[in-house]
Design a protein around this ligand. Structure first.
Ligand code: TGC
Ligand code: FAD
Length: 387
């Protein structure tokens, strides 16, 4: 029996019925609602906001959080499959869901008060309240411990000053999860984006993640009451804990992008006739396609095992770093190779590889650069901190 080239090890058979149903539903959404418009969105530099209600109604926002907050209560593997199928469409769509779910809803759930959970999570799950996550600052994102944005106590309020850079959803959001230095270390605040002194400026001229909104945030004496502070976390482990959730999803997302590029390159190589034979009949081309299939298979196994560890409650940040490094590297290499197999046709958005390759330039940088993750693994295996 012929194997599925995008699932050579029948990893689907390792999924539960519920996980398969989630994957199928999101795959349908991507095929029917994302793929027909995404090339144009990318070209126009437009995030397709019109998809938010449908994404929300499918339960894809905060999908792993409990049903009591209006969320789907799915497991970690299902969240991974959601990321994979969305990023098969475009990294920008997956980014939107990652930020809302892992970087905004998760900290409210994990570090927020019960009042904050009740106030925000159901509306965020319905897509009525959109969040953004402000950690990175203009002077250097890899070292968030060197944070300049500050929050100073003023009676029952906090006054926030500073700036954040490269913030996904910044100009779409109603609330920003803002990490700021305080007298008691780094703390998180839920800042309404209509607060006086808050400004978001969209970053243009991007050649990557063009179907996603990226912004700079500015805080000029922004006043928020203490009720907007996340009470249950202090220090860098607050934002880093959110990043672990988001990075986990990002280990799955690029598998989708890689599958899209691999599939398109394979079909193209089978149909393109050069030197009187299909391009795919050349050994040099088959080696490239076989290598893509090998690397996709390894990434699939890595993320599935990571998901099983997550669902068992034993997943470690170093394991997430290794998988983010491996899987994004796998995907960007495949996207570039697939672009090459398409020849000149590969440079237009009529075909997906160039769009995925350009998007993955962001994915390999955000949520910890490739180097940062290599050094996290290096620290684990040597016991020496090279940061
Ligand atoms: P260190 O000072 O040793 O640790 C501080 C505290 O944090 C704890 N911790 C973690 N907790 C959870 N998850 C992790 N991954 C954690 N890593 C560390 C740690 O145990 C400690 O806790 P405690 O209780 O002892 O205080 O910090 P470190 O040396 O591990 O960190 C250094 C480094 C370079 C790894 C870290 O700063 C880092 O990861 N830098 C990269 C920053 C980054 O990834 N920024 C991403 C911004 S958000 C984004 O890009 C969104 S893109 C969104 C999209 O569109 O998808
Ligand atoms: P830098 O930290 O200045 O790094 C520059 C280079 O130096 C990199 O190659 C890096 O690997 C290397 N380097 C750093 N340290 C070392 C070292 N010790 N040894 C060797 N090399 C090193 N941030 C948010 O907070 N929220 C968001 O929603 C968000 N969305 C983003 C969306 C997009 C499209 C992009 C591009 C970024 C986004 N980011 C977001 C920011 C992202 O997390 C940062 O870009 C990333 O953490 C890297 O920070 P930096 O760009 O300042 O690069």
């Amino acid at each position: 029996m012929a194997l599925d080239p995008t699932d050579l090890f029948d990893i689907r058979s390792l999924l539960s019925d519920e996980e398969r149903a989630v994957q199928d539903a999101v795959a349908r959404f991507t095929n029917e609602r994302v793929l027909p418009i995404i090339g144009d969105c990318f070209e126009q530099g437009r995030f397709p906001r019109e998809l938010i209600p449908e994404i929300a109604s499918m339960g894809l926002l905060g999908s792993s959080l409990p049903e009591q907050y209006g969320c789907a209560g799915l497991n970690g593997v299902s969240y991974g499959l959601i990321c994979q199928e969305l990023e098969r469409g475009d990294s920008g769509i997956r980014s939107f869901v990652s930020v809302q779910s892992s970087l905004c809803m998760y900290p409210i759930f994990a570090y927020g008060s019960e009042e904050q959970r009740q106030q925000y999570l159901p509306g965020m799950a319905r897509g009525e309240i959109i969040g953004c996550f402000g950690l990175t600052e203009p002077h250097g994102g890899s070292d968030p411990a060197n944070m300049k944005t500050s929050a100073r106590r003023d009676g029952g309020d906090w006054i926030i000053n500073g700036a954040k850079m490269w913030i996904t959803n910044g100009n779409v959001a109603q609330i920003a999860i803002v990490w700021a230095q305080t007298e008691d270390g780094i703390q998180g605040f839920i800042v309404p984006t209509d607060a006086p002194g808050f400004a978001a400026q969209e970053i243009h001229k991007k050649m990557s993640l063009r179907a996603s909104v990226t912004s700079a945030l500015f805080f000029d004496n922004v006043r928020v009451p203490d009720a907007q502070r996340l009470p249950d976390v202090r220090g860098l482990k607050g934002p880093l804990g959110c990043l672990t959730q988001a990075r986990y999803g990002i280990t799955w997302g690029p598998i989708g992008a890689a599958i899209a590029c691999f599939t398109e390159a394979t079909e193209y190589a089978k149909q393109r006739i050069l030197f009187n034979r299909p391009l795919a009949a050349n050994q040099a081309v088959q080696l490239k396609l076989a290598d893509m299939a090998r690397r996709i298979t390894l990434a699939q196994l890595l993320s599935l095992q990571l998901g099983r560890l997550k669902d068992a409650g034993t997943m470690q940040p170093t394991q997430v770093s290794l998988a983010k490094w491996n899987n994004v590297r796998m995907a960007i290499d495949i996207a570039r190779e697939a672009r090459d197999i398409l020849g000149g046709a590969g440079i237009t958005t009529e075909h997906c590889p160039i769009r995925h390759a350009l998007n993955l330039e962001s994915v390999i940088t955000y949520e910890g650069t490739e180097t940062v993750h290599q050094l996290v693994v290096g620290r684990e295996v040597t016991g020496i901190n090279a940061f």
